[in-house]
Design a protein around this ligand. Structure first.
Ligand code: NAG
Ligand code: NAG
Length: 337
């Protein structure tokens, strides 16, 4: 779609929302007037990815390529998601043969950001498969340089999402100096590829709505599910707290850290920041954390000592699989704190 970028150029001084509205009405007009040719814009089947030959033809010319456009011409908009019970990792890998070691760079231009997607996980292999199936082509269409890291908690202590994400940040920085980190729940699949997986000048919360909550923000100040912080924003808040074991609280704790630094949470327009939550029961090992209210009252006092700078863990293995890097880690137990 060459139309949207040129319309955006015209309204550069206007707000992002205004530009999106223009695009949306242009698309609506096109849909109404052009019938079948435009249907492909709104209907999604996992897209064929750019050809490997292209990638290999320009190994050294990479730096001199023009920057990718502000709005990728490859975006589809609203996607039709599928959750086939028979889907296999092998199928997803063969659909994404341009991804190696979980990583991808657009062959056609120089990406505007390098983005590490961090997914904390334990015994959610099916959810992970659905997420990879949708996220890889989604990110390729957004033309970012990206890698997906799955941070697997070893052992059967209560799940600690926040600490796993701290580990993911520290481990991913050993591979590359990422500009941007996306902290991503394994069971949330984005429904619209105009929800750009890149960082902003302020910490960004990407999940305004999900099908499970009627596409409404869960509560004012909600900062969970999927968030995007630059390397420096995350460092400034000393990352997440390491002390939240079990479900809940750690995302509110991060919001408090962000606010203490005078930063302001931004969100994409609600019509694009939509997710499907793949159904599941709460896992054993991830019971509600009843201590979370007490912990949240002390965030302002402890954030400087509790976070990235106090995150102790033991890396058990780093497997570079075709579609993701599997970092398996021993993060200790609640009593060890
Ligand atoms: C949201 O969509 C997923 C996938 O289609 C489905 O499994 C789940 O039950 C839906 N949740 C609600 C509350 O509609
Ligand atoms: C990650 O690696 C560990 C150790 O080899 C393995 O037990 C686990 O199943 C792997 N997880 C994923 C999601 O690949």
């Amino acid at each position: 779609m060459g139309l949207c970028p040129s319309m955006l150029r015209v309204s550069r001084r206007g707000k992002y929302v205004m530009a999106l509205l223009l695009c949306a009405s242009a698309l609506a007009w096109l849909t109404a007037n052009m019938g079948d040719t435009v249907k492909a814009v709104t209907e999604y089947t996992p897209a064929p990815v750019p050809e490997r030959a292209l990638l290999e033809a320009t190994p050294s010319g990479r730096k001199s390529k023009a920057p990718c456009p502000e709005i990728s011409p490859l975006l589809h908009g609203v996607l039709t998601l599928s959750f086939e019970p028979s889907l296999t990792m092998k199928e997803v890998a063969s659909e994404n043969s341009v991804v190696a070691g979980g990583q991808y760079q657009p062959p056609e231009c120089t990406a505007r950001q390098s983005v590490a997607i961090l997914v904390p996980q334990r015994s959610r292999e099916k959810h992970l498969l659905y997420l990879l199936h949708h996220l890889h082509p989604f990110l390729q269409r957004q033309q970012f340089h990206y890698a997906i890291y799955v941070i697997q908690q070893a052992g059967d202590a209560k799940f600690n999402r926040a600490k796993l994400l701290n580990v993911g940040y520290l481990e991913a920085l050993k591979d590359h100096n990422w500009d941007c980190f996306i902290f991503h729940d394994v069971d949330l699949v984005p429904e619209d590829d105009r929800n750009l997986y890149m960082c902003d000048s302020q910490p960004k919360h990407m999940v305004v709505g999900r099908n499970a909550t009627g596409y409404k923000l869960r509560y004012k100040g909600y900062f969970g599910g999927v968030t995007a912080l630059t390397k420096d924003q995350f460092k400034r808040v000393n990352g997440f707290s390491n002390t939240y074991w079990g479900w809940g609280g750690e995302d509110d704790d991060l919001r408090i850290r962000v606010e203490l630094q005078g930063m302001k949470i931004v969100r994409p327009p609600p019509e694009v920041a939509r997710y499907t939550m793949v159904f599941h029961k709460r896992d054993s090992g991830n019971q509600v954390n009843n201590d979370r209210m007490r912990l949240l009252r002390r965030t302002a006092q402890v954030w400087k000592q509790d976070g990235l700078n106090s995150c102790s863990y033991k890396t058990l293995s780093v497997e570079r699989l075709p579609l993701y890097v599997n970092v398996t880690v021993d993060i200790g137990t609640p009593s060890g704190h």
